[in-house]
Design a protein around this ligand. Sequence first.
Ligand code: ATP
Length: 327
Amino acid sequence: MIKARGLARRFVARGRTVNAVKGVDLDVQAGELVGFLGPNGAGKTTTLRMLTTLLKPTEGTATVAGHDLRADPIGVRGRIGYVAQGGGTAPECTVANELELQGRLYRLSKADAIRRGTELADQLDLAGLDKRLTRTLSGGQRRRLDIALGLIHSPPLIFLDEPTTGLDPQSRANLWEHIRGLRAEHGVTVFLTTHYLEEADALADRLLVIDDGEIVAEGSPDSLKARVSGDAVSLAVPEGSGGKVAEIAGRLPGAHDVSTVDNEVRFRVPRGDTAMPELLRALDAEGIQTQAMQVHRPTLDDVFLTLTGRTLRDAEQAETREESHVA
Ligand SMILES: Nc1ncnc2c1ncn2[C@@H]1O[C@H](COP(=O)(O)OP(=O)(O)OP(=O)(O)O)[C@@H](O)[C@H]1O
């Protein structure tokens, strides 16, 4: 459904050259729900804008929904839906009018535009809101309307740019259900960008992780997490026993990265849950009582840290600092 090779985009702003996207290859099969994960400023929106014909690549080629991006951008546009960050509904327009107008823009007859609008309103839980002005909708309703507008011409592929940014956790979870439904019930291929780790984890079959304009990893959330070597364990231990606990922990099969800071011992081990009873027995035999214990399964943030040496949050803060510096 998407095949891109060496897609790159350079911007020159205020005498400074920004290589926003540095030669991205990507393949998305029909029916996939793919997440494009990276910190703010990583190049997600720029990539999306290129794939949706809104921005010309500086270099590279791509076929999107069966049409060549450079040779046939109009063909691409007719076969994709695009929901931009923040959407684009007119505040003084009613829900029904927005849907009908969008249908007419895609050259549906008035009757077909109304029929398709009603169908999408049902599908995206907007039924009964047709006479409401869009400015009176809740954040979640507005995002669902944005998605309905992107689907009016029944495209087989939809691009969603940060679809749940600004929504409260409940509306976010609700929107995830709708996005899953697009694929599961209507066979739409979904390509979405996000900088939320939980969203990437909960929603995507496959993730492309982008950092500083380059794809640094690709795979299912589980396979990416499996790359991080082991669970992270931390133990709060009695004063003065850190060295001994670290020595015992270091003897567990596969234990590594053992460190002691104050009265806390940290290490990684392949399966924290099965290693713990053995460790507790060994500590007991030495008369050491642990005061608290935590086992963390690897998260996508650990994956990002392993790949880039920074957490996603660090990367975002660095981008924010750089932007305020430029401004
Ligand atoms: N029109 C432009 N002119 C100059 N620089 C730009 C332009 N658009 C984007 N950039 C820069 O390119 C880089 C990538 O930006 P992009 O918006 O693609 O990132 P992003 O991953 O989508 O981030 P966000 O989640 O904040 O939208 C950033 O450093 C950004 O400042």
